[in-house]
Write a protein that binds this ligand. Structure first.
Ligand code: UTP
Length: 409
């Protein structure tokens, strides 16, 4: 009965291949596969037919709320004092987005477990914890650290932190939570099978963090312990300052509900998302969404109109996020390499992109905020993303920056 219902649904959705190996499976595997199919959000597949117009941006204008490195320097003492006080009062939590698959880096393990050391072990997670420990030392207060994982890397991540003794962090202040998954499909919209009894799924994008944080019960726990702000940051930027008192202070001082660390673009055409206004509200426009003319436009001082690129380090006031919880984030269809089993039931590890994943992005949350402060940081000090194995934004380029900043590797 259940099988028949699911088969009919799959027939309607043109996805009956998901049951191709059903007969080969044992009872438990069958049960598990049916459960997975029942939980698929088939509506996502409709997005593959979406018209480009449906995701058009509104009217883009330059940002108005920004503090440059120079201005920050001038006000440093005040910002720092406000930030330190907020941290000491337990108002700031740090939230690590570590649910991604890091496919470009090409490691099977969670990205944070990657060892970037040369003469000794230095793990990405370790660098991030060390950066946060600097603030613990400076303020004398433990900062709650929330770590988002996915079904794919949760066990490994938790185990690694345990094995490494939390890199010296107080485990009482570390909590893990797991983000949701979305199906992955080929170019014809057919959902992949990862195993004969497993639908291919991938984490549903870093925009899913707040819902998952709420559903895990950790948001309630955070609020009850007095946390008002969350510093959300990516796993792969080993230089970034986390729960940076000056950043927190500047945000509170200006009464912003949201802030983003940004770097000045190196060139107009640099491939970074730019913080600007869209229909008068803060928004991040991706480099491919911006015309060449817009990207090159300059003011009378010769500064680019759209000059600040985001580095995936945001500060959100929790109450502002809650107000927007019911607003749906846009789902992005992203081309990726997806492991699967082929028609012959053999495992395939593709060398190049072979299909689509569905992701919501944290950058889209910015547009839901009433305001957002762009807080400029020095790229050479705070931006060393590790996306690729070699070349741009790679392990090599991050190592160079770490060395420049006096980190022994
Ligand atoms: P990326 O956009 O670089 O994605 O993530 P990724 O999955 O790590 O890497 P590729 O594209 O497969 O090579 C930016 C940040 O968002 C997190 C990542 O862990 C990283 O900190 N992220 C991404 C999630 O937490 N969940 C997701 O579903 C996707």
């Amino acid at each position: 009965m259940r099988y028949k219902k699911i088969y009919d649904l799959l027939e309607q959705k043109n996805q009956t291949h998901l049951l191709k190996y059903y007969e080969d499976l044992n009872e438990n595997q069958r049960e598990s596969l049916l459960e997975q199919i029942e939980s698929i959000d088939f509506d996502l597949l409709n997005l593959l037919e979406r018209d480009a117009d449906e995701i058009k941006k509104g009217v883009i204008t330059p940002l108005t709320d920004a503090v440059s490195v120079k201005e920050i320097e001038k006000n440093k003492e005040r910002f720092q004092k406000i930030g330190i006080q907020a941290i000491q009062e337990g108002k700031v939590g740090a939230l690590l987005l570590a649910g991604g698959m890091g496919t470009r880096l090409g490691s099977d393990k969670p990205k944070g477990m990657y060892n970037i050391g040369l003469t000794k072990d230095v793990y990405i997670f370790e660098m991030l914890v060390r950066n946060l420990l600097d603030v613990v030392e400076e303020t004398g207060a433990w900062i709650p650290l929330y770590i988002m994982t996915s079904e794919k890397n949760d066990t490994d991540t938790r185990q690694f932190f345990r094995d490494m003794n939390y890199f010296g962090y107080n485990p009482e202040y570390i909590d893990f939570f797991v983000q949701k998954m979305a199906p992955a499909a080929n170019y014809n919209g057919k959902i992949f099978l990862e195993e004969k009894d497993r639908v291919a799924t991938s984490p549903n994008g870093n925009g899913g963090w707040f819902i998952s944080f709420v559903e895990s019960g950790l948001e309630e726990k955070a609020k009850q312990s007095g946390v008002e702000y969350l510093n959300v940051f990516a796993v792969d930027n080993v230089c970034q300052r986390i729960a940076d008192p000056c950043f927190v202070g500047a945000t509170i001082d200006g009464d912003y509900c949201c802030a983003a660390k940004v770097v000045a673009k190196r060139r107009p055409e640099e491939k970074v998302g730019v913080l600007c206004l869209e229909d008068g509200k803060p928004s991040i426009v991706e480099y491919y969404e911006m015309s060449e003319d817009m990207a090159r436009e300059r003011d009378e001082d010769g500064e680019l109109f759209y000059k600040y690129g985001v580095i995936l380090n945001y500060l959100f006031r929790i109450d502002a996020l809650e107000k927007n919880l019911s607003n749906n984030l846009a789902v992005h269809v992203v081309e990726k390499k997806i492991e699967h089993i082929n028609e012959q039931g053999e495992k395939v590890k593709p060398q190049k992109e072979n299909g689509f994943k569905f992701e919501t992005l944290v950058l889209d949350m910015i547009h839901m905020m009433d305001n957002c402060l762009a807080y400029e940081v020095v790229r050479e000090k705070e931006f060393a993303p590790i996306k690729n194995k070699e070349g741009v934004d790679s392990v090599e380029s991050a190592r160079e920056l770490l060395k420049l900043n006096g980190v022994e590797l």
